[in-house]
Design a protein around this ligand. Structure first.
Ligand code: PLP
Length: 396
């Protein structure tokens, strides 16, 4: 009955242990969720205010490419950084997720290949499965701070039917922010090989230590080969709004994506209205979000860097740290939920295998998302570190 396509799709490594977490909660434990990139920050009031003030009699379909006010607001937001975007370069989607699926469907035929530095956002596997695209992962190791592999590694996996490179910058799950120099190398190599770069920038602006985090749109020479993925989910702490966008200046690309957009009719109307107000928020809002995550990054980094046996690279952006351990990370994650607690509290983390194409590469790794307020995060990290020591005793 079931297609091999659906059978081959992997379970989300982020949600895989949810039944164990549910059971822990039923048993009366408090579970701190460090497993999923669901920000806890309040969605700005302007979002609901705009929806409440809309007074619509009918929640109608909108244009398939999204309402013009949102496309204009998003373009203006990008143009704060002089990125020279207009509403015609934007198709509004159901989250960044649909934007990636549209992008893959638009530049790849089934069986075509894309290159992704790994570890990478686990759902890229699902999107590739849905679109029939093959991923060639190339490893960015912790020892080089998860920065881009050398171009020679890209060369090694290049095939006649390689169509694109997909990067997430800042990166989920590693927290790396690519430097302008490495982006330039990537741009040059993509152009030389007539490849598209799909630049997933849903965490753009969440970059720490005064680090510059350029959109690839700043590299004008790649405009004819570039698709940028945008989303309100993390930027505005509005994951459930399901609003994202495909942003591209590739000639004829938006007109072609429109065909796919028309077949799913439109993105949600009310959430588009709310998102217009989000994109008008001042720069100070984005600064405060960044500062909050930077504080959290410091708490997590300080807690982990004191633990012998854990290898980390200090996250440069986004909401995550990817930890290399000396234990089986999935067993450890299960142990935390099933067997360990401090004052009836425990933590949930995401095992690392799902973030690799070759699952064996991530067996000892795990991802922590710092999506709790600073007090809870300190407590959660204390539980995590004590749980790690306790787990190690059980396997000696
Ligand atoms: C790197 C990356 N891209 C895309 C997405 C999808 O986001 P959305 O909620 O906009 O679909 C996520 C969500 O966690 C993500 O981490």
């Amino acid at each position: 009955m079931l297609s091999s396509r659906i059978r081959q799709m992997q379970e989300s490594p982020i949600r895989k242990l949810v039944p164990l977490a549910d059971q822990a909660k039923k048993n009366g434990k408090t579970v701190f969720h460090l497993n999923i990139g669901q920000p806890d920050l309040k969605t700005p009031d302007v979002f609901m205010n705009s929806i409440n003030q809309s007074n619509l009699d009918v929640i109608s379909y909108t244009h398939s490419e999204g309402i013009i006010d949102l496309r204009n607001a998003m373009a203006a937001f990008f143009n704060r950084d002089n990125l020279d975007i207009s509403s015609e370069n934007i198709t509004i989607t159901n989250g960044g997720s649909e934007a990636i699926i549209f992008a893959l469907n638009t530049v790849c035929d089934p069986g075509d290949h894309i290159i992704i530095p790994e570890p990478y956002y686990a759902n890229y596997n699902g999107f590739a499965e849905m679109t029939g695209v093959k991923i060639d992962g190339i490893v960015s190791p912790v020892d080089r701070g998860y920065h881009l592999p050398d171009i020679i590694e890209f060369e090694k996996v290049l095939k006649p039917n390689t169509r694109a490179i997909l990067i997430s910058n800042p990166c989920n799950p590693t927290g790396v922010v690519y430097t302008n120099d490495e982006l330039q190398l990537l741009v040059d190599w993509a152009l030389k090989n007539h490849l598209v770069i799909i630049s997933d920038e849903v965490y753009r602006n969440i970059a720490f230590d005064e680090r510059e985090n350029l959109s690839l749109l700043a590299f004008k020479e790649i405009h004819n080969n570039l698709i940028v993925i945008e989303s309100v989910s993390k930027r505005f702490s509005a994951c459930g709004a399901r609003i994202g966008a495909v942003i591209s200046k590739i000639p004829n690309l938006q007109q072609n994506i429109l065909k796919a957009a028309q077949s799913r009719l439109c993105p949600p109307y009310l959430e588009q209205l709310g998102s217009v107000a989000l994109y008008h928020l001042p720069q100070t809002f984005h600064e405060s979000v960044k500062e909050e995550y930077e504080q959290r990054r410091n708490i997590v980094f300080d807690a982990l860097s004191q633990v012998k046996g854990l290898k980390i690279s200090k996250p440069e952006g986004a909401l995550y740290v990817f930890v290399k351990t000396d234990i089986n990370a999935e067993d450890f994650a299960k142990y935390l939920l099933q067997d360990f607690h401090i004052d009836n509290k425990t933590v949930m983390v995401a095992p690392g295998s799902g973030f690799y194409q070759d699952k064996s590469l991530g067996i000892n790794s795990l991802r922590i998302a710092y999506v709790l307020n600073t007090n809870e995060l300190r407590e959660a990290m204390d539980i995590f570190v004590k749980g790690y020591h306790s787990f190690k005793e059980t396997i000696i």
